[in-house]
Write a protein that binds this ligand. Sequence first.
Ligand code: FAD
Ligand code: SIN
Length: 525
Amino acid sequence: MQSDILIIGSGAAGLTAALQLAQSKTVTVLAKGALSDGATAWAQGGIAAVLEPGDTFEDHIRDTMVAGGGLNNREAVEYVIENAPPAIERLAALGVPFNPGDDERWHLTREGGHSHRRIVHVNDATGWAVQQALEAAARANPNIRLVPDMVAVDLIMGRHQQRFSTSGRIHGVYALNRKSGKVETFTAKATILATGGAGRTYLYSTAPRGATGDGIAMAWRAGCRVSNMEFMQFHPTCLYNLEVKNFLITEAVRGEGGILKNPKTGHRYMPDYDERAELAPRDVVARANDSEIKRDGLDYVHLDISHRPPDFVKHHFPNIYEKLLGLGIDITTQPIPVVPAQHYTCGGVLVDLDGRTDAPGLYAAGEVTQSGLHGANRLASNSLLECLVFGDAAARHIEANWSEFPEPPAVRAWDASRVTDSDEEVVIQQCWREIRHFMWNFVGIVRTTKRLERAKHRIDLLRREVEDYYSHFRVTPDLIELRNLVEVADLIIRSALSRKESRGLHFTLDYPETSPIARDTVLAP
Ligand code: FAD
Ligand code: SIN
């Protein structure tokens, strides 16, 4: 199938780009499951923008760079933050029903690391509202073709052309149709990766099942540089529940007065760790929670908002209130058991301010990228914002340079003539489980060189097994994801091993100091 532009991913980044481009071009958008299965629909807290009287762009820039441990690219930070108010306006125009304020147009909530109230939101389920509005607009646009259940396998490059080329240009993607089991060819003049993060590399994660770093791995295999993969963000407050494993308790609960307590002693411990207490950036709070849990042998810590009036709590957090009530916890009278869990991938495919990757014809936007915005630790609610601003930037750059994009060449069909159906699916489940366990234990919140080396040793072994398996058997969605998980886990471990300091989310007992010079980790294939 051919279109002017191919977008891989139907979350905030992909659909933002699609809506801009579809004003003049034909656009195909692939999703590997249902269109709403990405992290966008799961976002709770909201979107950060300077909208409060007295707040300034400079304050938002400073907060972003303080959270980011000074590793941020100031130009990218300025670009995103200055483009935030119009991005919010675009969503409002699409019908996103942001909560109104008492005196101001919108109610702004507060989250850790923000010096002002700055977060527009739709109750405690902002992402769902954003995803629905973007999807509705995309469905209504005759230039956009939405293709769910299509799992991208690899980008199409020169070696896939019928006339072999070494140009390095990307012409689209091979993708597995979940329904037919066949690999199809999607070509385009320009391709945008908007595949989200890689949270499922870890045992415990708030991210959706499909967050397996597919875009990062595909871009890496296509020759693009990948950066800052050691900066995996752990959210401090994921619900601890033996049945519901990955339900987030939004940072806005702390923003609206929630406090963290040690369940054994009842002590409010955050002021002992940081003067900003519960409103410190999330790397600080996640490490504090982890330290209390490990020191006292706890299963969880408590997040308590029961001192606020019940109506206030129900009004601000209706979804969390209902969800937890169903699990037997009334948050208006009881504390919430919480643990840290992987939440966000700060690193990714290196892009410039136009969303361009190293490969001609290939752009990327959203959580799949390292755009320079987040540095060593993402500030809360800056991520949806990055998707909106960079999705738009990539689209505008493609439009402005359209005459320079060549027609896609004739490419070879996917060759499955030398592989057979797998007779040992158990290998996939076993490898997947192993990766997620050792990444959690050896490449988690607190690291050491020894633990990272152990992880490296294991990933090298698994890589050989998975490569062998991949070369013999027909691709399945699970095998595609496993192959990508191995690639991404390796990139995370190598990046972590190469950083000989502690900064932001990368904390290692062997190098506890922060170096005076802030440098990105950049890995080249
Ligand atoms: P996603 O929305 O994750 O979409 C990825 C898309 O790529 C999906 O359509 C998926 O199907 C597709 N895809 C992936 N791989 C393939 C493949 N191989 N083939 C085809 N398609 C593929 N950020 C905030 O700013 N504010 C918040 O309040 C907030 N809350 C959050 C709460 C939770 C629980 C989580 C997990 C994250 C939260 N975040 C928040 C982060 C934010 O939601 C994400 O960073 C953001 O939504 C990522 O959007 P995206 O468009 O880059 O990717
Ligand atoms: C949250 O609501 O705590 C998540 C916000 C974010 O990840 O930016």
